[in-house]
Design a binder for this molecule. Structure first.
Ligand code: MGD
Ligand code: MGD
Ligand code: SF4
Ligand code: MO
Length: 663
């Protein structure tokens, strides 16, 4: 039976699921899906294991004297609803915090917003650990973050991948890269790690973490020296070019090469590649999880603009594709007007904010689709915050590190146990239908059922009085006039959304000036100078030489191959932490493959075994993210909760550490 992958991922795959006796027995790719074409990754296949796992949470749990006890749904819902009522009366609704991420791409998962709005407005989190700095950057430059449709890369002469681990995180794009190579299109990969995508590149450029913006500035400078820029585009469709020129004249190419640690010949060759149009640029999310992350993406956008690769087939500054999520009636469905009180904490700093909150203090946290104890930076503070509140409610499928701390754990369904449709605003623009295929095990209930039950106890049951079908139709409302109806989706299982295949082709940018902005008006409205800068990571020898002396290595914590974040570690055989170290570190500390090592900084430590990276950028370490406490994690013991330059992103990879061999 056809279904869809719900995971937070670039690819949003179509599934073909085998069901026997009300049980999912196999998950494979749907060969009829226009983009994903029958191939899926191990994380998709493992949704069968997740669904059937003996470790699934099956009953509501309440912590009594430090131990979980099974309780009835009636008791759980009554008690939680009463607490919500009491808190609202005594302290106001913003004494409740809703902590979440995006573990499930189902559209109905967005109904949590409606619930909290109808309740009166809770303390919400804003920004994103994932892609926040870059999204904001593209809003400043273009007015929005739009990508070209996937097959447009076959119109490129060159493809440049900056910090996207395509083979691991975006497998259908990888398939397209293989095809592009067959067609003679040249592929360049810029990354501190020699990853699986770098292996198929025509040229791999190794870069020091956090220095991509400086490199992009160097490429622009060289392009101008060689007079290879697109003068016509710059003159007619951009704003603030004089400011960019001034920035570039303030430094020399030699200085840029020295800072970025990229040879001048490589910078010069990249300038020629960018000028040989069309060149498409694909940015990953790795390179913007730094203090200078927003500015980095802005300098890459500027390079794409100066080279005239915007709004043309085979070009583009491809980062995210927000067109997809913007297709639905999100605003109307969420009933924002019901919100009476309003408070927001930045997602990366939620823990500090919880601890510091006054007027009102945070009395209760409700966690949905997220596992903050492993995923939010600076775990020590996160643990302190989540244990400090009177009531923690976690809606979960498994007993995660976050669920362990809860006062109430509510067991929820997986993708195959409820009807929804799924989409991702990261890559392609097709939505996929996922019918209910099997009965939920034990007493598991969908998130939507939980909201509906709580709503009726809190006096806004009427606002939740809809069938699933009615909810799905509400979200699809704006698309109906184009014939994109629920019936059609149910019948065809995947539908193409009406998006621009080549964004900005009309050169009408959604910025205040209507132009591509090198100097951002929106940035200025937000209190920034709006100017492009030559900024570097916070934890670096330039910004913090003492720290760099004490902690000489850059720590990356990239996404794991076999797990979506923390979701599969408990179901996989390997349980200890692999610490990948650049060969120069291993040599200088006499660390051999498999040796036990400790990584630490002022925030915390992680222990594990060493694996040596032969080709990584010198002084770089990587520990894949998502590891549970019981297996030696989380890596966020080491990371910082500082926000990115524009305030909306995390700085998870802007992290200096030290390493030693242990016995
Ligand atoms: N297998 C798997 N796939 C996933 C996920 C998963 O957990 N597992 N998660 C999904 C989600 S939510 C997301 S956000 C995406 C993320 O997808 P990606 O952006 O591909 O992955 P990340 O792990 O965030 O970024 C890692 C890449 O950025 C590089 N990098 C780090 N710092 C720098 C830098 O300063 N400059 C440059 N040029 N490169 C740098 C890393 O070496 C690595 O190759 O993946 C999605 N797909
Ligand atoms: N150090 C470091 N930290 C990172 C990152 C990094 O690269 N390095 N990446 C960041 C990024 S890009 C992201 S997107 C975040 C992801 O952060 P999270 O989304 O918090 O990570 P997940 O492990 O996917 O956790 C989601 C939890 O939701 C549960 N869940 C799944 N489906 C449902 C459902 O339908 N309903 C409910 N209620 N729960 C469900 C899962 O069981 C799981 O425990 O992590 C960020 N944290
Ligand atoms: S995790 Fe991503 S690549 Fe894997 S099956 Fe799901 S959508 Fe496809
Ligand atoms: Mo993400």
């Amino acid at each position: 039976m056809q279904s869809a992958c719900p995971l937070n991922c670039w690819d949003s795959c179509g599934f073909q699921v085998t069901v026997e006796n009300d049980k999912v027995v196999k998950v494979e790719g749907d060969p009829t899906h226009p983009i994903t074409q029958g191939k899926i990754c191990g994380r998709g296949r493992m949704l069968e294991t997740r669904t059937n796992s003996q470790e699934r949470l099956l009953y509501p749990l309440k912590k009594v004297n430090g131990k979980f006890e099974q309780i009835s749904w009636l008791q759980a819902l009554d008690e939680i609803a009463n607490k919500l009522k009491d808190i609202k009366e005594k302290y106001g609704s913003t004494a409740v915090l809703h902590s979440h991420d995006y573990a499930n791409n189902g559209i109905l998962k967005n109904l949590d917003k409606r619930f909290f709005n109808c309740y009166g407005g809770v303390t919400e989190i804003f920004g994103s650990l994932c892609w926040g700095a870059g999204i904001e950057a593209q809003k400043w430059d273009f007015g929005n973050a739009y990508a070209h449709e996937p097959n447009d890369i076959f119109n490129s002469k060159n493809i440049v991948i900056w910090g996207r681990n395509v083979a691991r995180t975006n497998m259908h794009f990888y398939e397209k890269l293989l095809e592009a190579k067959k067609r003679g299109i040249k592929l360049y990969v810029i990354d501190p790690l020699f990853n699986a995508t770098a292996k198929i590149a025509d040229e791999y450029i190794s870069i020091k973490p956090g220095m991509d913006g400086i490199l992009a500035a160097g490429i622009i400078k060289e392009m101008l020296r060689l007079e290879l820029e697109d003068k016509e585009f710059i003159e007619h469709f951009t704003h603030g070019f004089a400011d960019l020129l001034q920035l570039l004249t303030s430094t020399s190419l030699e200085k840029i090469s020295e800072m970025a640690e990229v040879p001048i010949e490589v910078i010069s060759s990249l300038a020629r590649i960018y000028a040989k149009k069309p060149t498409s640029t694909f940015m990953g999310l790795g390179l913007q999880r730094y203090q200078n992350g927003g500015n980095t993406i802005r300098l890459l956008d500027a390079l794409v603009a100066v080279s005239g690769n915007i709004g043309i087939a085979g070009g583009g500054a491809n980062y995210a594709n927000l067109q997809v999520g913007q297709s639905f009636a999100n605003e109307e469905v969420s009933l924002n007007s019901r919100k009476k009180l309003h408070r927001q904490f930045p997602i990366m700093k939620q823990a500090e904010e919880i601890v510091a909150a006054k007027d009102p203090e945070i009395k209760m946290i409700m966690v949905t689709c997220g596992n903050p104890l492993t995923q939010v930076p600076d775990s020590k503070v996160v643990e302190k915050a989540f244990t400090s509140v009177e009531t923690l409610v976690v809606i979960e499928q498994f007993m995660t590190d976050t669920a362990r701390l809860a006062d109430y754990v509510l067991p929820t369904t997986t993708v195959f146990e409820e009807e929804d449709f799924y989409y991702s605003s990261m890559y392609h623009h097709y939505i996929n239908y996922g019918p209910k295929l099997v009965s939920p095990p034990g007493e598991t209930k969908s998130d939507l059922w939980i909201w509906t039950q709580l709503a009726s106890r809190l006096g806004f049951g009427d606002d939740f009085h809809n069938t699933r079908e009615q909810w799905l139709k509400m979200f699809l409302k704006p698309l109906e006039k184009r014939g994109l109806t629920l019936e059609k989706l149910q019948e065809q299982h995947t539908l193409e959304l009406p998006v621009l295949y080549i964004p900005w082709q009309d050169r009408k940018f959604r910025t205040p000036s209507g132009k591509f902005e090198f100097t951002s008006n929106l940035g200025q409205l937000m209190g920034d100078s709006g100017l492009l800068k030559l900024s570097v990571p916070e934890e670096s020898k330039w910004n913090n030489p003492d720290l760099a002396n004490k902690f000489p290595y850059s720590l990356l914590t990239i996404h794991p191959l076999r797990s979506n974040h923390s979701q599969n570690y408990h179901l996989l055989p390997t349980k200890s932490v692999k610490i990948e170290v650049a060969i120069n570190i291993a040599e200088s500390l006499q660390v051999q493959e498999g040796d036990d090592v400790r990584v630490w900084n002022d925030r915390g430590e992680v222990k594990g075994y060493a694996a040596i990276l032969q080709k990584a950028y010198p002084n770089t370490i990587n520990i894949d993210e998502g590891i549970w406490h019981q297996f030696g994690g989380p890596v966020n013991n080491l990371t910082s909760s500082r926000p990115s330059d524009n305030g909306l992103g995390s700085t998870l990879y802007d992290c200096l550490v030290n390493l030693e061999k242990i016995n």
